[in-house]
Design a protein around this ligand. Structure first.
Ligand SMILES: Nc1ncnc2c1ncn2[C@@H]1O[C@H](COP(=O)(O)OP(=O)(O)O)[C@@H](O)[C@H]1O
Ligand SMILES: [Mg+2]
Length: 221
């Protein structure tokens, strides 16, 4: 059965596209899964990244599509054809994001440990409630992204996760820290798993792989 992972939310900038791209490439490169990437954000960030990837022969090809309207039909058409479909959603409430969430096995909501991002939970809350009413088995997790790595800031991350949980949303046990490799990798459609030499950041790689292992552990047994 194809597992649908929707990376979404109602806020621009917390790292939805980044997380979607890195999770998809980790599933493909490290976990050797059949992966499809679906971009439903009108900004097409992930579509351009996939197009850049396609130009580079050294990178493993990951099929992708930009979907503008009938995402349900699109996701149904993938059923059984790939192991994972990773969906990158736009940073605002939209009909298409809600439909994708209704079809999802897992919903990942990246948030920075910052007040503005946490405030977006007020908008996400009713959306998630609706999704849960219809899609009873969906696993919804917030992921703290762009976390500051200074030890003195650790309490901020913990406090943010507590706020997330007051909204009835579980926070993933894996935090993603602020690391330059994400920005560097984006160049020419690379993932952090395709960096070489001094450009590699093994801590970032381990974090994404931990997140992916966690997502895999959520799968319906
Ligand atoms: N963990 C991270 N560390 C450093 N930069 C990050 C991280 N996650 C995302 N970014 C950067 O933040 C910016 C916004 O990320 P993006 O994934 O486009 O957000 P969204 O899709 O939610 O709008 C990008 O420049 C991206 O490279
Ligand atoms: Mg985006």
């Amino acid at each position: 059965m194809t597992q649908i992972i929707v990376v979404g939310g109602t806020k621009g900038g917390p790292g939805k596209s980044t997380v979607a791209q890195q999770v998809a490439t980790c599933l493909k490169i490290k976990k050797k899964k059949k992966v499809q990437i679906t971009d439903i954000d009108i900004q097409r960030t992930t579509t351009s990244w996939c197009e850049d990837r396609r130009q580079n022969e050294d990178l493993e090809l990951i099929p992708f599509s930009y979907v503008q309207d009938d995402v349900v039909k699109h996701l149904q058409s993938l059923e059984g054809r790939v192991d994972y479909c990773v969906v990158d959603a736009g940073g605002f409430d939209s009909e298409i994001q809600r439909y994708a969430m209704l079809m999802a096995n897992v919903i990942i909501i990246p948030l920075r440990p910052k007040r503005r991002d946490l405030k977006s939970l007020r908008d996400i809350d009713p959306i998630i409630d609706n999704v849960r009413n219809v899609n009873e088995n969906v696993k919804i997790r917030a992921v703290m992204n762009q976390c500051p790595s200074l030890p003195s800031q650790a309490s901020r991350i913990l406090a943010s996760k507590e706020i997330v949980e007051t909204f009835g949303i579980e926070a993933a046990p894996v935090n993603l820290y602020n690391r330059n490799v994400y920005d560097d990798a984006e160049e020419a459609g690379r993932s952090i798993f395709e960096m070489t030499g001094a450009e590699r950041d093994k801590k970032a790689e381990a974090e994404i792989e931990d997140l992916v292992d966690y997502i895999l552990s959520l799968e319906d047994k």
